[in-house]
Design a protein around this ligand. Sequence first.
Ligand code: 9G3
Length: 567
Amino acid sequence: MKQSQTLIPTLREIPTDADIKSHQLLLRAGFIRQTASGVYSFLPLGKRVLRKVEEIVREEMDNAGANEMLMPALQPSELWMETGRWNTFGPELMRLHDRHNREFALGATHEEVITSLIRDEVKSYKKLPLMLYQIQTKFRDEKRPRFGLLRGREFIMKDAYSFHDSYESLDTGYKKMYQAYTKIFKRCGLNFRAVIADSGAMGGKDTHEFMVLSEVGEDTIAYSDTSDYAANIEMAPVVSTYTKENEPLKELEKIATPNQKTMQEVADYLNHSLSKGLKALMFKVDEQLVLVVTRGDHEVNDIKLKNLYDASVVELATEEETRTVIGAGFGSLGPIGVNEEIEVVADHAVEFVANVSCGANDNGYHYVNVNPERDFKISKYADLRFIQEGDSSPDGNGTILFAKGIEVGHVFKLGDFYADKMGAKYLDDNGKAKTMVMGSYGIGVSRTLAAIVEQYHDENGITWPSDVAPFQVHLLAINSKKEEQRLLADDIYQTLKSAGIEVLYDDRKERAGVKFTDSDLIGIPYRITVGKRAEEGYVEFKTRVGGEQSDLHQSDILEKVNKLLGK
Ligand code: 9G3
C-alpha cells in the first residue's frame, strides 16, 4: 500500500478526550476515528489489524472443530421473550421497530438466535456435539462508553455456541475452547491469565474469563504469587484459616459513641483496630431483608451473597427501609437484638472474633466486648467477603496478590438454561426426547486489538507484534524528488511485494521528520529507509523495537526480511 493513496490521518497532539494509551495511540496513528460515543470507524490500518486478529481466531476455532457461520444483528423480540431476557435487560439492549412496527433487538449476544436455529434443525443425538461460531458486530448501549475500543457500544465479537447431549460432552467442548483461547491470546502476543469467574446473570456454572494484565483493566484479578491460581476478585473464595482468639470473654457494655459513623471512626473512638469491630450492612436479597455481618477490616462480596441465596437481585437496603425495621441508621447497625423477621448472616471470620465492638442498633451507641454465640445468633456463617491481598491462595499454594485485567475472552458452561426455555431437544439412542446442554464462548475482537496496544507501545507510538502488525515492513523514501531515491524505493517495493511481504510505502511528499515520526507512531516492526546512499544501492534497516539499525545493500534486503519474519 502506498501512503500517498490511502488514509492514515496521524495526529501530533494527544486527543483531549482519550485517557488511556491505546485510545490515544489508535487515534494519533490513524487506525480509528470516533463516529459517536462508543462507536468507531476502523480506518485502513485499523481494519488490517482487525483482520489479522480475526484470522488468528478463525484458525484456532476451526482447529478446535468449530464451524463459522453468520447470524443477523436484527433479532426478533419474540426470541428474547421466550427466555424472558427481553424484560430482564434494560436500556443496555438496543431495541427498534421495523416499518410494520414489529420490535427487534440489535444483537448484544446470540444465545436466543442460535438456540432457535438449532431446535429447528437438530433432532438427533447423532448430530451432537455441534460447535458453531461467528465474528460479528454486537451492540450494547453502555451507560458510560469509555477507553476507546475497550468499552464501546458497537464492537466486534467472536461468539461461539456448543450443543451437547451430556455434561461430559460439554466438559470436553469447554476444554477444547479453553485451549483454543490460550493459543489465540498467545499468538496475539498478549500477557494474560485465565481466571475463574462468576457466571453472573447467565445459566450454567463453570466459567473462565481471559484477562489481559493491564493497569487500565476494569476487573481485579486475585492470583497466587507461587501457583497459576487466578480468579476474578468477585468469585475468589476465601479459605477459612481463622483461629479462635483465646482471650477471656469480657462483660458486654453499651457505650455512647456520638456522631461516630464509619467503621474507622468507631474503631478510633473505641481505640481498637478495624479487625476488632464488626460491620453490619442491610441488604435486600430478592426483596428479603438480610443483615450481613463481617469483621470491620473485611468487605461484603455481594456476588457471593447472591450466589448463597441463588438470588437474581441483591442490593443494599435504603437507610429508610433499614431504620423502619431496625430503628437505627447505617452507622449503628449490629447483630445484637435484631428482630426475627430479619435473617442475620455472617462471614466465616466473625465466628472467630472475641470481645469486639458493634453497632447497638441505636443511633449514637455501640456495644463493646461483644462475643458471638453469647451475645448474638447467626443463622448462617458463609464465605461472604472479598478476598484480600495477603490472604492464602484458595489452592493452598502461596499468597494472594491483586492485578488489574482487561477481559478479552469469556467461556461459559451454560447448562440447559436456553435449551430448556426454548425447547431445543434431541432424540437419544433410545428415541427418548432430551433437552440439549450448551456452552458459549466469547472473544472481544476489537477489544483485543486495543489490549494489544496497551501492552505494546513506547513513548514514540505503537510497537505491534509482527503477527498482528498492519504491515510487516515500512518503506520510507526520504526525498522522492530525488530520482535515484524514488527509483530505488519503487524497486524495493516491487521486490518485497512480489515476495509476498506486506509493505507500507511512504511515498508522500513530506519532510523526513514527518515520515519518521509517523512511522514510529504506526509501529510497523521493520523499517527500510531509502535516503542519501541510494546511488550506491544502500538503505538503512531499522527494527521498531530495540531500534537496532544497520546499512544494508539492496541485494541483501529480501533475505534479511525473510529471516526476520521466519519465512
Ligand atoms: C444483553 C446485553 C448485554 C449482555 C448480555 C445480553 C453480557 C449477555 C453475557 C454474554 C454471555 C456470552 C455469547 C458470547 C460469550 C458471552 N452482556 N451477556 O448475555 F442483552 Cl444488553 O454475552 N454470550
